[in-house]
Design a protein around this ligand. Structure first.
Ligand code: AMP
Ligand code: ZN
Length: 472
């Protein structure tokens, strides 16, 4: 029985799916105007772990994640489109910006062993569907047009605020950060939000609409693309907690007002990655890009660091926290190497009583992660098994069963402790050169070669059994 903490209602609830053992899940993806930072990666990995775990528990998971390539406005007074601003800065077209940073996004996330969602729709390719939804909202009188811009009238939607608590009464006049100054005069209520914007004459991304040339508001893409691919209602909607308001509140308003039924059953929000106690963010300038972080710490350690804390608690980047993660992760990797070594040197046979003891750790692992995806509890079970394996001296088959179990559990969380990779010839040659340098006691040359190998994404470990090459 899986339980999840639902932001809607702010309680832990039993996960009941709409259709048997199928999970329909949508998570908000990146705005592709720049490299993602490691905080973004934390959130994307949280939903990767959730999808992987639900599959492990026998669910068929359909995961949709959008690519925002139009409509996300900056938080400054000017509220410019983030993609357009980047295009001006880099002197290329908005499409080129979106393409470049979508590719960079996938590159970084794939290094972190992230499973690409099943469908990754782009906002710019769904503008027609968005226009249709805006038309429905106008027809049903949930929206109004002012000179080519269409606003959602939040006073018409009685459930406004049900996710974030920001009901109409509670919202103060004056507008949120994402509201353009000139809009305020046009609106019936300052927190009415734009479904569709009238495009200024020289605006680079605009579409023909019943209200003239324009472009979509930020929130409409998610109400449209989620239900297009998953239906309405669907099971899980995810994102970082900064999206609760206004983004997700507005997604609910649009979808439920237009279609007259519940939008989403479970809203899951991840907590922030912080640095020096402050939320990591582009606007504060206190960020590492995912690539920077990965090249400094290695991809697997980065993944371990980001997922080993519960996704709904804050994670603070400090040297001590990274060192602790490294210690834990090395312990797991060393266990694998040591157990592999012991297997070769142990007598054949299996002690099924001991294997049964090992399997108790799987029961604990499942019990913990079933409880609102409690990864720290899951890792505790993994470390308990590692401890048992390290002290066990006995039969090879027992060790193998224990090792398989360890790799099963870490694998569910997307960690790669044993690389099943074919090492490219180029790397093999460099490793051979390094071996030669070591045999000649040319240590600085050997170190240089290790660095060169590392730059190509591989690590070398000098163990008692010889040099082990693995992807990092
Ligand atoms: P964006 O591209 O800004 O829409 O952000 C992509 C995702 O990263 C969203 O789900 C955000 O909520 C999430 N996010 C942004 N900053 C952080 C942070 N410091 N820690 C964790 N998640 C974040
Ligand atoms: Zn969204």
């Amino acid at each position: 029985m899986i339980k999840v903490f639902n932001t809607l209602g702010k309680k832990k609830q039993i996960l009941k799916t709409i259709k048997d053992k199928t999970i329909t899940m949508y998570s908000c993806g990146p705005t592709v105007y720049d490299f993602i930072h490691i905080g973004n990666a934390r959130t994307f990995l949280a939903f990767d772990v959730i999808a992987r775990y639900l599959k492990y528990r026998g669910y068929k998971v359909k995961h949709v994640q959008n690519i925002t390539d139009v409509g996300h406005l900056t938080e400054s007074e000017l509220a410019e489109d983030k993609i357009l601003k980047a295009a001006e800065k880099e002197k290329v077209t908005p499409l080129q910006i979106a393409k470049k940073y979508t590719e960079k996004y996938y590159e970084a996330m794939e290094k972190l062993n992230w499973n690409k969602p099943d469908i990754s729709p782009k906002a710019s390719e769904h503008v027609k569907d968005m226009i249709k939804l805006v038309e429905v909202l106008l027809k049903k009188d949930f929206a109004y047009e002012v000179d080519g811009t269409v606003y959602f009238d939040i006073s018409k939607f009685k459930n406004y605020g049900k996710l974030s608590g920001n009901t109409l009464e509670k919202l103060e006049a004056g507008g949120s950060a994402r509201i353009k100054k000139e809009e305020i005069a046009e609106k019936k209520h300052p927190h009415d939000f734009a479904l569709w914007f009238k495009a200024p004459k020289d605006h680079a991304m605009k579409w023909k609409s019943p209200w003239g040339m324009g472009y979509p508001g930020w929130h409409i893409e998610c109400s449209v693309m989620s239900s297009k691919y998953l239906g309405q209602p669907f099971d899980i909607h995810g994102g970082g907690k900064d999206l609760i308001f206004p983004h997700h509140e507005n997604e609910i308003a649009q979808a439920e007002a237009a279609r007259g039924k519940k939008f989403v059953n479970y809203w899951l929000h991840s907590e922030y990655l912080k640095i020096n106690g402050q939320k990591m963010s582009k606007s504060l300038g206190n960020f590492f890009t995912a690539e920077e972080f990965i090249s400094k710490h290695g991809a697997q350690l980065t993944r371990y660091f980001l997922i080993s804390k519960h996704y709904q608690t804050e994670l603070n980047i400090t040297d001590a926290a990274i060192a602790a993660a490294k210690e834990g992760f090395d312990k797991l990797k060393n266990t694998v190497v040591a157990v592999q070594h012991k297997i070769v040197n142990s007598p054949k046979g299996v002690d099924s009583r001991v294997v049964k003891e090992f399997e108790k750790h799987r029961v604990k692992f499942i019990k913990e992660i079933d409880n609102n995806f409690n990864t720290p509890g899951g890792f505790a079970a993994i470390f308990d098994l590692a401890k048992d394996l390290n002290v066990y001296e006995g039969k090879a088959g027992t060790l193998q069963a224990g090792l398989d179990l360890l790799l099963e559990m870490t694998g569910v969380l997307g960690l790669v402790l044993v690389e099943d990779v074919k090492v490219p010839k180029k790397i093999k040659d460099l490793v051979a050169k390094r071996e030669w340098a070591r045999s000649e006691k040319k240590w600085s040359e050997a170190d240089k070669l290790r660095e060169e190998i590392k730059k190509l994404g591989y690590g070398v470990d000098d163990t008692k059994e010889g040099t082990i090459v693995k992807k990092i």
